[in-house]
Design a protein around this ligand. Structure first.
Ligand SMILES: [Zn+2]
Length: 401
């Protein structure tokens, strides 16, 4: 019957739009049916961004639409509007956080996917908002509408559990045995860092979220969430819910481009690499692991394929790199044509001589054959990828993205 979207309600007390949305869904009048709610990640560089830049949406079915609107109006005024203007905690991030500007939209018919594709790849202004049947609040309306217009072409699932405690600075307690178990389940993904086994399901910093466990099916996410919640070593939760998401879709990335390298500079202490090219300057963060290694290996004249996001400052932030072609790094003397022994220099400008058969030739060099550190595409380690990043292992065998 209609679609509701919500965004930008992160609050000073460590709120989270998912918790606000969960409360809204729990508080819907009797008789209102809901579809599977959506958690939609949007363009990571948006000026007005909340912590994870995620917006929420859900399909609603009610016999009494006017009654539903009346309810939403009252709910907005009582529970969501008061969150306006508070600043989300930035303990985990040095990026500037904007004060919350909650927004909610209701569409009788969802806008087509075009608005989503814009909002996941670039800055979107409120003026391009498809006109909702009803709207509340500020710039959160943009993300809210984008979540409604998501065409859900590439889908994963996340089951979120919220904490019972109101003291969000208290250390989270999640059963580590249960976490290890679910990490091995079919369809459960990104739960633990494969390099050291550390958990990747709990947010850092103050938030009502205890954990979010991700899966490639609704059942996988739901089953893992229940197993974690019902394990003795996990603290009590106030509620949980499974969301359909665009995480790991790769929707944010335009097709890769190929550039010729002009030079590479590495930050002396932080090891970020800046690749100067015939196109934009390409940034590869130290946390990018293999992406950073490849970037630092590159030399002038090499060509490199880059999949990444163009930052408003003009730099291209690499999420995937692939060395396409490369220049020789070092040179050596050729081998003797008759006995295959490496020729030696007779002195500057004196030509070369075979130490075995004494054959003499003029000056000559050949390139030492080198290989790049990785042959194909590389991506950052799991804990350094964006929510939107699609793992390389999920791509088709032919390498299309
Ligand atoms: Zn020889």
């Amino acid at each position: 019957m209609g679609w509701l979207g919500l965004d930008d309600t992160d609050s000073l007390e460590g709120g989270c739009t998912t918790a606000t949305f969960h409360a809204l869904l729990e508080g819907l009048p009797e008789g209102v049916k809901t579809g599977v709610p959506r958690l939609v990640r949007l363009w990571p560089f948006a000026r007005r961004r909340t912590r994870g830049n995620a917006a929420l949406a859900v399909e609603l079915h009610a016999d009494d639409e006017a009654g539903l609107m009346h309810h939403l109006e009252a709910w907005w005024t009582e529970h969501i509007e008061p969150l306006h203007g508070v600043v989300a905690p930035s303990a985990v991030s040095d990026r500037p956080q904007s004060p919350a500007s909650p927004g909610m939209v209701y569409y009788r018919t969802p806008p087509d996917g075009q608005f989503y594709w814009k909002a996941v790849r670039e800055e979107v202004g409120i003026s391009s908002l498809p006109t909702p049947h009803h709207a509340w609040g500020g710039s959160g309306r943009i993300g809210a509408a984008a979540a409604v217009s998501w065409p859900a072409e590439s889908i994963t699932w996340e089951a979120i559990a919220w904490r019972s405690t109101t003291d969000q600075h208290q250390q989270r307690v999640i059963d580590s045995d249960a976490l290890e178990e679910i990490d091995g389940w079919d369809g459960v993904v990104f739960s633990r860092d494969p390099r050291n086994g550390s958990g990747l399901i709990a947010p850092r910093g103050a938030s009502p979220v205890l954990f979010g466990v991700r899966g490639t099916s609704f059942e996988a996410a739901e089953g893992a969430c229940k197993h974690l919640m019902h394990s003795p070593g996990t603290e009590s939760v106030s509620g949980w819910r499974v969301f359909q998401t665009n995480q790991a879709s790769g929707d944010h990335l335009p097709p890769p481009q190929i550039f010729t390298v002009v030079g590479v500079e590495t930050h002396p202490t932080r090891k970020h690499a800046m690749i100067r090219t015939d196109g934009p300057t390409v940034l590869a963060y130290a946390e990018g692991g293999p992406v950073n290694s490849v970037a630092r290996w590159l030399k002038a004249g090499d060509t490199v394929a880059v999949a990444g996001l163009l930052h408003p400052d003009g730099t291209l932030h690499a999420e995937r790199l692939k060395v396409e072609s490369w220049e020789p790094r070092t040179f050596q003397r050729p081998r003797c044509s008759s006995c295959d022994v490496r020729l030696k220099s007779m002195g500057k400008g004196q030509g070369l001589r075979c130490p075995s058969c004494k054959l003499r030739t003029g000056e000559a060099w050949e390139a030492v054959i080198v290989e790049p550190p990785y042959a194909g595409w590389v991506e950052p380690p799991m804990d350094a990828r964006r929510h939107l990043a699609r793992p390389l292992a999920w791509e088709d065998a032919d390498g299309t993205m």
